[in-house]
Design a protein around this ligand. Structure first.
Ligand code: AMP
Length: 460
């Protein structure tokens, strides 16, 4: 217990006293693991979610290295949404109470520029904001980051998901190289690894759960006989487990399309992905699946190869793969980045020899399990969480993710937390919004302007 006391850290007496006033008695696990590194000035990647106490971890770090008498921006915190930025700024202010006259400024999109320009002119020690708006101020020469010594990328995975990679890079390039960089993210996809490699200096990696390997993916096998039983079994598994995203593998293109059509008839949120579709359809399907507007993707192995999706909740082998390596590759799509993964496989007596081979390959006994109750077949499938809006404007029209986020979340708009992945192409953009906010989002984008122009927007 004594190990997780804040008083064991090299924190100033004022900060410690304030923590006591706030009722923070002991460090949370992420604080206990990360703060010693942070306070020693190391770069750090923290795999932590909201609610873990990560904000206080980086806030105490940046407050400890702050020079209050220098009225210059010394810390920059980048967040994916205005709501998070407001929340983070509020927490930093609470923790900064111990130090007199610390100015924390929030700079977010979706609100008028005027007041922000005024605040920037009067200066701040700490800036918390969203990437699009920060880059705007930088480009117009209103924000000077030359004295920043701590850079925080909060919910970095969400920022990348929302398409802020280029914007982030432009901002990071303007922060002095000798800075300390702290990156927090709930997941650890390869894009984060690449950012870390390019912009961080030998970062410490702090994870709460141990990262996952393929052997900890739970695999379940079910024996069926007829074609009808196979289809029913699939529906039962989907209805029982309700995965937000699931990938179903078929061995042929034709089977993938037929299965997707049948699932659609049963009201599942589904799309097919195989080589007989034209490139545009395949691209749109991938966008809709990766932004969670489609819950079930039925694919062939070849088509799924190019799938740049970090993790799905469930992988279902509609038929056992022809080769053991293919099977392992398929199920490796689930359970990445510390998330729990589930893989299901259906087979009939003709495929039993493949299951036996797979058992030898995996070095385990594979026993068929009993399927959940058929009563589930009366259940209505859960719809996808998001819907995709297509905007007829993209890079060529100079549209950036921040413009779309700002247009959606401004006055009378939807909350930043209702906005999902943003994908920007040459002449088009796709943005995912919470399904139940589709109308409001369409109205807001339809009424508003992007880069001073109106664009056609429709739901896919
Ligand atoms: P966060 O994950 O940063 O959003 O923090 C979640 C909540 O936990 C915030 O309301 C913090 O004020 C609170 N909190 C953070 N650290 C501690 C701590 N060591 N003890 C008690 N509460 C904390």
């Amino acid at each position: 217990m004594s190990q997780s006391k804040f008083s064991n850290l090299r924190l100033s007496a004022d900060l410690l006293g304030n923590l006591e006033t706030l009722g923070y008695e002991a460090m949370t696990p992420i604080q206990a693991k990360a703060l010693p590194f942070i306070l020693e000035g190391h770069d750090l990647i923290g795999q932590a979610k909201t609610g873990s106490g990560k904000t206080a971890a980086f806030a105490l770090g940046l407050l400890s290295s702050l020079k209050p008498e220098q009225y210059l921006v010394q810390s920059l915190v980048l967040c994916p949404t205005r709501e998070l930025a407001d929340q983070v700024a509020k927490q930093i202010r609470k923790l900064a109470r111990a130090i007199p006259n610390i100015k924390v400024l929030t700079l977010c999109g979706g609100v008028p520029m005027g007041p922000q320009i005024g605040s920037l002119e009067s200066g701040a020690h700490i800036v918390v904001g969203t990437p699009g708006r920060i880059e705007d101020h930088l480009r117009r020469g209103r924000l000077n980051l030359k004295k920043v010594n701590t850079l925080v990328l909060d919910e970095a995975d969400r920022m990348l998901e929302m398409g802020f990679q280029d914007t982030l890079e432009k901002i990071i390039e303007q922060v002095p190289k000798g800075r300390q960089t702290l990156l927090f993210s709930a997941t650890y996809p390869k894009e984060i690894k690449s950012i870390a490699k390019r912009f961080m200096n030998e970062p410490e990696l702090v994870q709460l759960e141990s990262s996952h390997d393929d052997s900890s993916i739970q695999q379940h096998f079910y024996q069926i006989e007829t074609k009808e039983q196979r289809f029913d079994a699939l529906c039962i598994l989907l209805l029982e487990h309700n995965p937000q995203s699931s990938l179903i593998f078929c061995n042929t293109k034709r089977e993938a399309q037929e299965l997707a059509d049948k699932l659609k008839q049963k009201n599942f949120s589904v799309a097919a992905l195989h080589g007989d579709l034209d490139q545009r359809d395949r691209d749109q399907t991938l966008i809709r699946f990766s932004n969670k507007s489609v819950a079930v993707l039925v694919a062939t192995d070849v088509a799924a190869r190019g799938l740049d999706i970090d993790s799905v909740d469930a992988v279902i082998n509609y038929h056992i793969a022809q080769e053991n390596e293919v099977h392992t590759h398929r199920i490796g799509r689930t359970g990445r980045a510390g998330a729990a993964g589930c893989a299901y496989a259906l087979y009939n007596s003709k495929e039993q020899y493949k299951v036996a081979q797979l058992g030898l390959y995996l070095d385990r006994d594979i026993l068929p399990e009993q399927l959940p109750s058929r009563v589930l077949l009366n259940k209505i499938p859960t719809q996808a969480a998001m819907a995709t809006l297509k905007i007829d404007g993209g890079k060529k029209q100079k549209i950036r993710p921040g413009d779309i986020l700002g247009a959606l979340t401004g006055e009378n708009g939807i909350a930043g937390s209702e906005v999902g992945k943003i994908d920007i192409g040459e002449n088009w953009s796709y943005v995912a919004v919470s399904r139940d906010k589709t109308k409001a989002a369409l109205r807001k984008l339809g009424e508003g302007k992007l880069k001073g122009k109106s664009f056609r927007v429709r739901r896919l």
